[in-house]
Design a protein around this ligand. Structure first.
Ligand code: ADP
Length: 415
């Protein structure tokens, strides 16, 4: 509680012009951001005003917000008409002087202070005793005043002081809460707008993928006719696989609602799946001078998966491993059977991920500050797909030494 009772206006800087404080653009900005100007009366503020009137016995109590041209009474009790209805007044008021200080302005007899005795709004109300607590926000901008007035001179007591300061603090907390809510709503709106914009981009990209996809499909047919027979099957199969994967991606982006019924989990031999991953990613590894090594294990169980989607998980994990590996190094691909599941590993000896970043890497659109090459979507997509298969995904990584990503899928024991 503030204990300073300012009984003498000489103790505050009355040579400071309250008009200058009132017109401070930053203060006015903070005031407008409360969204309280011209808002209707509300019980949360009226309750404080009523309590202050009851406990101090003052006939007039109000919470006023001081705008550039007028005082707006957010809450009031005892103001005469038409002020009680219009809830705003122009011209200089004692409350403007409160904006100059952090301490309450406490006047037992207004007429004792010639600087204040002729303040128009005080004269108009016949104010003789005044108690005004400045309402300051968390950035110290004075937004207005919590006031008690009397039309008779009176000795404000220590209890009056305590009541007014405590209730003003409650009012200020309420104002700050409103502002925080307003800011949160604004942030939500801009996040929604951003999400919508991203969706539009995705839809556009998906749409534009159709053309190159068609070209690949046509080229595949051409190659099938013109390549020497011994190489034809391998190249064609790879191209067709890539085109099919792209086709599925386009469908997912353009028609996500149709997906659940379209997803088919088929029992797939793990070794065949891993061979397909290597065939898909080997050209990218080679062009980055990275060796993609498949650790072969006998007797791997089959997995019940949606093959195209699992290939996307691998292509994101292996693609990242290659991207973050130095030339000349190796990326290892492995599968280890566990209890009713199969655990796949993608291990690199590249840049690694700082411990502080590891909890965020599976978040959508997250990227390390030091790496802004992608859009931070690959791992989020991988996580979604793995979890849709009833599996888990994770990483262990040491900065500067490399990363080991793993994911699990439910497995059926090898026949
Ligand atoms: P993008 O879609 O942009 O490739 P991801 O979601 O795949 O992004 O990855 C998010 C971030 O995680 C990357 O920007 C990178 O900082 C980090 N990351 C992912 N994989 C690796 C890895 N193998 N080595 C080092 N950092 C990685």
């Amino acid at each position: 509680m503030r204990t300073c009772l300012n009984r003498s206006p000489s103790s505050r800087s009355f040579q400071d012009d309250p008009e200058v404080a009132r017109q401070d653009p930053q203060r006015l900005q903070a005031l407008h951001e409360t969204m309280l100007l011209d808002s209707p009366p509300e019980q949360s503020f009226d309750g404080l005003t009523q309590l202050a009137a009851k406990l101090t016995g003052a006939p007039i109590v109000f919470l006023v917000l001081v705008d550039s041209q007028r005082d707006f009474y957010k809450s009031q009790l005892g103001l005469p008409e038409p002020l009680a209805t219009t809830r705003q007044a122009e011209g200089r008021s004692l409350c403007h002087y409160s904006l100059l200080s952090h301490d309450p302005l406490v006047l037992d007899e207004v007429l004792d202070f010639e600087h204040l005795a002729d303040v128009p709004n005080a004269q108009h109300l016949g104010v003789r005793a005044y108690f005004g607590v400045p309402l300051r926000d968390e950035h110290d901008f004075a937004l207005g005043t919590f006031c008690a007035l009397d039309t008779q001179p009176r000795q404000w007591t220590a209890l009056d002081h305590e009541v007014m300061v405590e209730l003003a603090a409650s009012a200020q907390r309420e104002i700050s809460l409103r502002r925080a809510l307003h800011e949160a709503a604004q942030n939500l709106r801009s996040a929604q707008a951003e999400a919508q914009a991203r969706e539009q981009v995705l839809a556009a990209v998906a749409h534009d993928l159709r053309a190159p996809l068609t070209t690949i499909m046509l080229s595949t047919e051409l190659l099938a006719r013109e390549l020497p027979a011994e190489r034809r099957a391998q190249v064609v199969e790879r191209l067709q696989g890539t085109a099919q994967t792209m086709g599925r991606m386009v469908d997912e982006i353009l028609e996500p609602a149709k997906l659940p019924s379209a997803v088919v989990h088929a029992l797939t031999p793990t070794s065949r799946l891993l061979d397909e991953v290597v065939a898909l990613m080997q050209p990218i590894a080679q062009s980055n001078d990275v060796q993609l090594v498949l650790r072969s294990r006998p007797q791997l169980p089959s997995v019940k998966i949606e093959r195209h989607r699992l290939l996307r998980v691998f292509s994101n994990l292996v693609g990242n491993a290659i991207k973050f590996s130095p030339p000349g190094s190796s990326v290892f691909l492995d599968a280890v059977p566990g209890h009713n599941e199969l655990r796949f590993f993608v291990v690199d000896s590249g840049s690694g991920i700082a411990a502080v970043n590891q909890p965020h890497i599976f978040d959508r659109y997250w990227q390390a500050d030091e790496d802004r090459r992608g859009i931070g979507l690959g791992l989020a997509i991988a996580k979604e797909i793995v979890e849709a298969h009833g599996g888990r995904i994770g990483v262990s990584s040491v900065l500067g030494q490399g990363s080991s990503f793993y994911f699990t899928v439910p497995a059926t024991p090898a026949a």
